[in-house]
Write a protein that binds this ligand. Sequence first.
Ligand code: FES
Ligand SMILES: [Fe+2]
Length: 324
Amino acid sequence: MTLSMLPTGWFQVGWSADIAVDEIVPMKYFGTELVAFRGQDGEVHVLDAHCQHLGANLSRGCVVENGIQCPFHGWVWDGSGRNVEIPYESKPNRVRRVRSWPVTERNDSIYVWHDLARREPMWDVPHAFAALGPVFEGAEYFPLTDGGRVRYPGIHVHPQVIAENAVDPHHFRFVHKTPHSPVVLRETSEGEVWRAKVGFGRRWADGVDIPEETANTIEILWSGIGTSFSGEHTRDGLRIAGVCATPVDDTTSEIFGTYWISAEHGNFEERLDQAKVGLPDDIAVWDTQIYLDPPGLSPSEAAGFRKLRTWARSFYPEPAETRA
Ligand code: FES
Ligand SMILES: [Fe+2]
């Protein structure tokens, strides 16, 4: 079985810094050409790329107030995809619409809502720092720099495969070269949210969680299968890694790695580099991995994987809604 590359949820399409006011950025996700722009009110909009007049690509147009003007005959479409102006007619076209994608700008990032059945968003993108708990919410962070935003395009991976990392402590020894596998100390799923606390080192070897104790732990949060945040308690302070994968076509995804480093211990560049070392090693595996269903799991890991795959099933459209 293969997993549908058209799952439901919020998916990252860029960072806030990618799109200035008046700027237009072409993009392609979910097999669809898109155009993103930031209007003069500061809001980002994402539309299907093609003008509903005669099909020109809007990404070669320009921003007019809070809308986008087609380069071909100057029709202007607003952020909700309605035509608001035909320069050579007294009235706009009230019938044709360009598809507008729900957008959330949060966590220095831009996300779109994708749902094959075109249902409205069923949940909000979490505020990453708050969602990871009061310690992460209360900390100060260095501002996000170019170095804290890493894009991995064209990776042959399904977002769910990345989410399965949350129940896969044993890959740490082989992929990330930790001396021992970490242990999952807590694991809950509620609606679209999957949470886990993972502990590293002898302190946590017995697998018993101590709720208020966080040394050498990672707090993992998934919101749907598109967006994830890991809050890490390291010896040098806190750091948060966002790992968000967005389907591009039937076989590839783009992965967005975002790294926030807490300010209290300084030493920014070194800690940022440290935060970034793990993901490329994961990606090297994912890029050539196939999806097995069912997989050949060992006794100690079977329950976690089963639970995660059951949770993930809710993010796929019903068969009747699947594009043929
Ligand atoms: S094709 Fe866009 S205005 Fe004509
Ligand atoms: Fe990993």
